[in-house]
Design a protein around this ligand. Structure first.
Ligand code: 3HC
Length: 304
């Protein structure tokens, strides 16, 4: 009976709240997706964080600092939403550390130049916006509300990245080459962020049935490509896909086949930076233990 009432609630576009009955599979699906989303936000701080000390101006440094701090906040929002499903922060972090849980493969690529910081803001946060705007309508209340706040900040992230790429693309010959090189390295990993093709996505069936996802991986990927290609053209950069072509009949861009071997290779731990990202997170987590212990001791003291 509860399953029927639950699905009727979903169909009626009523949010599922922590106190509502939910199928165990729905709860587990959400913990998997929200926790990996949160892990992605936190690990995603590393590639850009490495450039805070090397930003080319005080203004650029301030903007990047604000952006990286935002990502930490996004992670905390999402961990908090995940905890409403009855799992502790400690367990979530353990799942990341023992590689039971994933994070977005895009963050396993190195940031080799300042233009990479621009490419991440423009493309990675641009892709995240497409995905997260859609997720604002997800059926689970705490996740949906967290997305609304996060999307507002994500737009600033995308604009600051596109501004960097615009300045460099219109700068000296070397700067334009640096921007094009960053686009060449980040384009395909960015469109992989939307996950495998719908036909190869084991989680999408339930995700769509339970309205956790409101659009499919391929729909969101296509939307991102359609939005981004004109942005590259405006600043005179070339998308590294010889098969990219506007299809008047479809009203979308046709694009080349994604290298799914590379995708799964990186997802399965063999990307350029997988080890470094996890080692850094574990070190920072260990170094922060005293803060967590002090906060717990204080919370205990004031609750007595
Ligand atoms: N990187 C790593 N793993 C990925 C992936 C990627 N880019 N895309 C898919 N996968 C994994 C899935 O997690 C799943 O593995 P699992 O069952 O062990 O969890 C497997 O590949 C099959 O993929 P599915 O399509 O079946 O999985 P989902 O239905 O969960 O769809 C998703 C994948 C589209 C990423 C979906 O989980 C989602 O929308 N998540 C929320 C958004 C998110 O996590 N974004 C990550 C980036 S956050 C970010 O960029 C923040 C910005 O501020 C920088």
């Amino acid at each position: 009976m509860s399953e029927i009432i639950f699905q009727e609630r979903i169909e009626a576009e009523k949010k599922i709240e922590p106190k509502n009955w939910m199928p165990e599979k729905y709860r587990k699906h959400l913990i998997r997706q929200i926790s990996q989303h949160a892990h992605s936000e936190i690990i995603g701080m590393q590639p850009e964080g490495e450039w805070i000390t090397r930003a080319p101006s005080l203004r650029a440094k301030m903007i990047l600092l604000a952006k990286v701090q935002d990502e930490a906040g996004h992670g905390l929002y999402l961990y908090s939403a995940c905890e409403t499903l009855g799992i502790s922060r400690e367990e979530l972090v353990n799942q990341l550390h023992n590689q039971e849980a994933k994070y977005s493969s895009i963050f396993n690529y190195p940031t080799l130049s300042w233009a990479d910081v621009g490419a991440i803001g423009w493309l990675v946060d641009g892709a995240a916006i497409v995905n997260q705007v859609s997720l604002q309508r997800t059926s689970y209340g705490p996740y949906s509300r967290g997305m609304v706040k996060i999307c507002k900040e994500e737009s600033f992230h995308q604009r600051q990245g596109y501004e960097i790429m615009t300045e460099m693309a219109r700068g000296t010959k070397e700067q334009k080459e640096m921007a094009q090189d960053a686009l060449n390295r980040f384009w395909w990993p960015s469109i992989m962020m939307f996950g495998p093709h719908d036909s190869d996505s084991p989680n999408s069936g339930n995700a769509m049935k339970w309205k956790i996802k409101r659009q499919t991986n391929d729909e969101l990927r296509q939307s991102f490509i359609d939005k981004t290609v004109p942005q590259a053209e405006i600043i005179g950069l070339k998308i590294p896909d010889p098969d990219l072509k506007w299809n008047e009949e479809r009203g979308h861009y046709d694009f080349g086949e994604i290298d799914w071997d590379e995708f799964w290779n990186v997802v399965n731990g063999n990307g350029p930076c997988n080890d470094q990202r996890l080692k850094h997170h574990k070190k920072a987590h260990d170094e922060g233990r005293w803060v967590r212990d002090a906060a717990k001791a204080y919370a205990k003291k004031i609750s007595n």
